[in-house]
Design a binder for this molecule. Sequence first.
Ligand SMILES: CCCCCCCC/C=C\CCCCCCCC(=O)OC[C@H](COP(=O)(O)O[C@@H]1[C@H](O)[C@H](OP(=O)(O)O)[C@@H](O)[C@H](O)[C@H]1O)OC(=O)CCCCCCC/C=C\CCCCCCCC
Ligand SMILES: Nc1ccn([C@@H]2O[C@H](COP(=O)(O)O)[C@@H](O)[C@H]2O)c(=O)n1
Ligand code: MG
Ligand code: MG
Length: 222
Amino acid sequence: MLNKYARAFFTRVLTPFAALLLRLGVSPDAVTLIGTAGVMAGALVFFPMGEFFWGTIVITIFVFSDLVDGNMARQAGISSRWGAFLDSTLDRVADGAIFGGFALWYAGNGDDNVLCAVAIFCLASGQVVSYTKARGESIGLPVAVNGLVERAERLVISLVAAGLAGLHKFGVPGIDILLPIALWIVAVGSLVTLVQRVVTVRRESAEADAAAAADRGSEAAQ
Ligand SMILES: CCCCCCCC/C=C\CCCCCCCC(=O)OC[C@H](COP(=O)(O)O[C@@H]1[C@H](O)[C@H](OP(=O)(O)O)[C@@H](O)[C@H](O)[C@H]1O)OC(=O)CCCCCCC/C=C\CCCCCCCC
Ligand SMILES: Nc1ccn([C@@H]2O[C@H](COP(=O)(O)O)[C@@H](O)[C@H]2O)c(=O)n1
Ligand SMILES: [Mg+2]
Ligand SMILES: [Mg+2]
């Protein structure tokens, strides 16, 4: 949903910045790599220490590189298969660091085995949600469904909650409950999305196999 409705807005806002980077000689691949490194640093340095506010600020600065790199590639007319592969692969790395950072906090000083497990579930289910689309498309199916909770939703829900929960350390009472709530929402939403995508791939593959069988039948009859 965010991918559909917010992308156009962020494309307009980020286009001048993407053009500036191109004029400075920065490549889209460099932005992809530096953005991922920044997200990983923010998540794996700050989150395991329970510094959710500063972690979220660092991640937010770098996560928008994922919208800038493609924008740069399109402006410069250099969109490539390699770029698409690098972008999607490093998305998985960044997501692993974010939910891994939450899991490390709850496994350590956050001291909550259930929330540690929920964070690990968010990590794993998010990766599988993305994999269903990539694998479905690789076997020639359209996978014409995005589902309830795509990557943008996973990031916005968990990062807004983490940033606000981090204000607990500045004396805002009770606000730290937002992070567990967000993790549960992302976990349930990812499960629903996974089911939506698997059902779609099941239907599309049955239709494609039936169409292929009909083609073979009509060829044999000729
Ligand atoms: C009082 C202080 C409180 C502090 C609060 C701090 C709040 C900061 C909070 C959050 C900011 C979160 C921003 C998250 C932005 C996410 C942007 C992004 O990277 O989205 C990526 C997404 C997908 O891009 P791709 O096409 O490259 O990726 C594809 C995708 O990964 C597919 O995965 P799947 O969906 O299938 O699981 C893969 O299949 C595919 O391979 C892959 O290519 O891009 C978008 O979706 C575009 C839309 C982005 C919408 C961003 C909305 C941001 C909304 C709010 C920001 C609020 C900022 C507030 C700052 C306040 C600071 C104080
Ligand atoms: N280093 C890169 C990164 C991306 N691309 C191209 O952009 C597409 C992704 O666009 P986003 O707005 O989601 O970043 C990707 O499929 C590639 O075509 C690139 O070429 N090089
Ligand atoms: Mg990108
Ligand atoms: Mg991306």
